[in-house]
Design a protein around this ligand. Structure first.
Ligand code: 2AM
Length: 483
């Protein structure tokens, strides 16, 4: 039999899989392609892959036989049972040290389970976030691999060559153990929800508040894209707002205002609740989509619930738009602060070693949240990998201080107008809570003790207070008539 020539195998010839194969082929690797419905293998070889080095396989066994050792096989199939199914099919044909990589949108607990199971059998498993959609897969995605650390040296070259490059650096690095790769991809998606919601709120304020036309709003976004907000999402928003329907009118107002979701934002919010971390902005972004989908109910409510009298804006519009840019920037700083706090806590809880500067660099290119801003986050963690939060970094601390007055003015004005800003507002509430030495949780503790004898701790230095630790607050001359 001839020597195997394949550098890597890929199972799953939907668009993402095909594009990733073509991308790896462009980078000089020999890829072997397989799909459950094998007619897709033939069609791919006869069309998109024609004239390339790409090889096909018509069974899992043939696929494995065409790969150099240690074998590396990427699964790009529907998340869920299909992944377990292929792992089971591959196992009998693999040897110790071979590597299965799941590049799908798997939920990280599944990745943790699969890496444990495969490692116990001497195989290596990698769960990799792949971001950037079809375009990213074809020309350079953000790749976030995590799992069995021993797999990294074997896949590093292919992964880093295939990923997007920013300033000569690949948007791919080793994320961490177990389910870390898929976890970080999940947080990425949550942050994406947050960024999109912030942009939508800015649009709403400019449209309903200032009464601007889509073309004017697009120009504002284009300007913002030259400053601190320079990012893919701001850029495409400007393009989207400029887009006209056949009648010459902007398309966006004709799109039904009910947002869909596939669940990764929700997963992030649930993970935040589980970890006990205040990732409020992503949570609000998910809830805003939920509220948007109550369209029929909102129509009925709009007929019977009146907001404030609409008053024309009398202030300085240019100043207001500059304030809005700062409000968006500051809220974005808070969102990423919260996202990184969540990853830090989860790493602690699950015993992962995460490279935060590396994560920011992976997100700088290839993916939906790519931005100049992520370079600043990478720099912050490069300076101090142990940073408790971005707000302790000099650069972001100064930026948040500078943004603060405008940020407050925008939210105050939106509240007076009756325009909802759940993401802007929760960001500011977090900021004000985080910078408060004292929050009113003392009263919560007293209430908990009053109705449930939960006890409370006393502020250091106030130990000789009338109430002692462990005492029931109700025993101290308080009105018990409520019972
Ligand atoms: P198919 O072409 O045979 O349907 C995206 O749906 C990719 O995942 C496709 O390559 C698809 O294969 C594969 N896929 C989806 N569900 C699958 C399953 N249960 N078993 C194997 N492959 C599956």
């Amino acid at each position: 039999m001839s020597q195997p020539v394949g550098d890597i195998g890929l199972i799953g010839l939907a668009v993402m899989g095909q594009n990733l194969i073509l991308n790896m082929n462009d980078k000089g690797f020999t890829v072997v392609a397989y799909n459950r419905t094998t007619s897709k293998v033939d069609a791919f070889l006869a069309n998109e892959a024609k004239g390339t080095k790409i090889q096909g396989a018509h069974s899992v066994e043939e696929l494995v036989s065409k790969l150099k050792r240690p074998r590396k096989i990427i699964l790009l199939v529907k998340a869920g049972p299909a992944v377990d199914d292929f792992i089971r099919q591959l196992e009998p044909h693999l040897e110790k040290g071979d590597i299965i990589i799941d590049g799908g949108n798997s939920h990280y607990p599944d990745t943790i389970r699969r890496s444990k199971e495969l490692e116990s059998k001497g195989l290596l498993f990698v769960g990799s976030g792949v971001s950037g959609g079809e375009e990213g897969a074809r020309y350079g995605p953000s790749l976030m691999p995590g799992g069995s650390p021993a797999a990294w040296p074997a896949i590093k070259e292919i992964f880093q060559a295939t990923a997007a490059q920013v300033n000569g650096e690949p948007c791919c690095d080793w994320v961490g153990e177990g389910g870390a790769g898929h976890y970080v991809k999940m947080v990425h998606n949550g942050i994406e929800y947050g960024d999109m919601q912030l942009i939508a709120e800015a649009y709403d304020i400019l449209k309903r508040g200032l009464g601007l036309h889509e073309d004017e709003i697009a120009d504002i976004f284009n300007n913002w894209n030259k400053g601190v907000l320079d990012s893919f999402l701001i850029e495409i928003t400007a393009n989207i707002l400029k887009f006209k329907d056949d009648d010459g009118e902007p398309l966006v107002p004709k799109i039904l205002d009910q947002a869909g979701q596939k669940g990764t934002g929700k997963w992030t919010a649930i993970a935040a609740l589980d970890a006990g971390m205040p990732v409020t902005l992503i949570g609000e972004a998910v809830f805003a989509r939920c509220l948007s989908s109550l369209k029929e109910e909102r129509i009925r409510a709009s007929k019977v619930i009146a907001g404030p009298q609409k008053e024309a804006f009398k202030g300085d519009k240019k100043q207001f738009i500059d304030d809005l840019e700062q409000a968006l920037y500051a809220s974005k700083i808070i969102s990423y602060t919260q996202g990184f706090m969540l990853m830090r806590q989860t790493a602690k809880d699950l015993g992962w070693t995460l490279n935060y500067a590396g994560i920011a660099r992976m997100w700088r290119g290839g993916c939906i949240i790519k931005s100049v801003f992520l370079g600043d986050i990478a720099a912050a963690y490069q300076k101090n990998s142990n940073l408790e939060s971005l707000l302790f970094d000099d650069f972001f601390n100064k930026a948040a201080h500078k943004a603060q007055p405008g940020w407050r003015r925008i939210i105050a004005q939106a509240v007076l107008w009756g325009i909802p800003t759940p993401a802007f507002s929760t960001a500011l509430a977090f900021f004000d809570g985080y910078r408060s030495e004292v929050v009113p949780a003392n009263l919560l503790q007293a209430q908990r003790d009053y109705f449930g004898a939960h006890t409370f701790r006393v502020v250091p230095g106030k130990e000789n207070t009338k109430l002692k630790l462990g005492e029931d607050i109700r025993t101290h001359q308080l009105d018990r008539s409520w019972r």
